[in-house]
Design a protein around this ligand. Structure first.
Ligand SMILES: [Zn+2]
Length: 345
């Protein structure tokens, strides 16, 4: 064993640079490394020889390891000294700049929407992700026997609590707080946030998704105000002029309710596979706030009207950047995230 130990130490001492030392290291400590083989071989000896042989083998292994580490240090120091004395080396030159990372595209679009809506006088509200049955359904004109409950596959928790299926519960939460504190409309809020439904995940569905809820209540608010606000919002977010159209849509918390479509950005309305040849893309549900919802919020529907909308943020982000699979957002693939602009210093 002593001969081999001598050989190994000599090989380490003879390594002229880090590459050749690395070669020696993998020969000794690699998968079939000679030093490791020596330690393993102890197990094949007769039982009475094993303690002494084991101890010797381990000491030898330690010695070789230490020699290897010391040589590594030495070579690194040498390389550093060489570099420092290289006449072309400029120690005042700035080092490579670390990448600061980028915001997630959902966050980018959410921030832009918050900026836009607050510039139009909207106030940013937040609400709990674990919601009560009352705020998620009952207060929004969706009683227990209502078929609309069936269409939202809800994650139920204990005591009739649930993971909110939309950001709409914050409508009534805010109106109640607002009126309790003695305020009167106008009330203009946006509510960005995370929502959950027990959906089967595919190209266009996620169990966890992001919405931006909007609510405006005042005297004489009409569908024209809704259309204008939506057009402004979509123009800014999609960074182009947009056409919109309203189709009737049923949502219990609005009356009348609409599906708002935007002209297809991929074919400029001529018809393509993304818009299923229709020239239009369904983008968000909206409508005039149902009188029952205003009442739940403590407001008199004879006096006030309002509109509300619920924008799926993933859908808007997909349209803006031409992303065709919703699973990319949470896929954890850094190559996807690195395409977005680095955070400013
Ligand atoms: Zn199209």
């Amino acid at each position: 064993m002593n001969d081999r130990r001598r050989q190994w130490l000599d090989a380490i001492a003879a390594a002229a640079d880090e590459a050749s030392l690395h070669e020696v290291e993998s020969r000794l400590f690699g998968k079939k490394g000679e030093v490791l083989e020596l330690v393993r071989a102890v197990a094949t000896l007769p039982k009475e020889e094993r303690p002494a042989a084991g101890k010797a083998a381990n000491l030898c292994k330690q010695e070789v390891e230490q020699a290897l580490a010391a040589k590594k240090d030495e070579l690194q120091q040498q390389a550093l000294q060489k570099e420092l004395h290289d006449p072309s080396f400029d120690p005042t030159e700035p080092g490579p700049r670390p990448r600061r990372g980028s915001l997630h595209p959902i966050t980018i679009v959410q921030n832009e929407l918050i900026d836009l809506f607050t510039s139009m006088g909207f106030c940013w509200q937040d609400g709990p992700e674990v919601e009560s049955e009352y705020f998620n359904f009952d207060a929004l004109n969706i009683p227990g026997d209502h078929p609309a409950r069936e269409s939202q596959d809800t994650f139920w928790l204990n005591d009739r609590n649930l993971l909110r299926t939309h950001t709409s519960p914050v409508q009534v939460r805010t109106m109640q707080r607002f009126t309790r504190q003695g305020f009167q409309p106008p009330l203009k809020i946006i509510v960005p946030g995370r929502c959950f439904r027990a959906e089967t995940v595919d190209k266009t569905h996620e169990h966890t998704f992001y919405q931006m809820e909007g609510l405006v209540v005042d005297e004489g608010v009409s569908t024209a105000n809704l259309i204008h606000t939506m057009k402004t919002c979509l123009r800014v977010i999609l960074q182009r002029e947009v056409k919109v159209r309203l189709r009737p849509g049923f949502f219990p918390f609005v009356e009348p309710g609409f599906e708002l479509d935007v002209n297809c950005p991929f074919c400029q309305g001529k018809g393509c596979s993304v818009c299923k040849q229709s020239g239009w893309i369904e983008i968000l549900p909206c409508g005039m706030v149902h009188p029952n919802v205003l009442r739940q919020g403590g407001l008199d529907p004879e006096e006030y009207t309002g509109f509300a909308f619920g924008m799926g943020l993933q859908r808007v982000v997909m349209l803006r950047y031409g992303i065709d699979d919703i699973r990319t957002f949470m896929g954890g693939d850094l190559r996807f995230l690195r395409q977005f602009p680095e955070i400013a210093r």
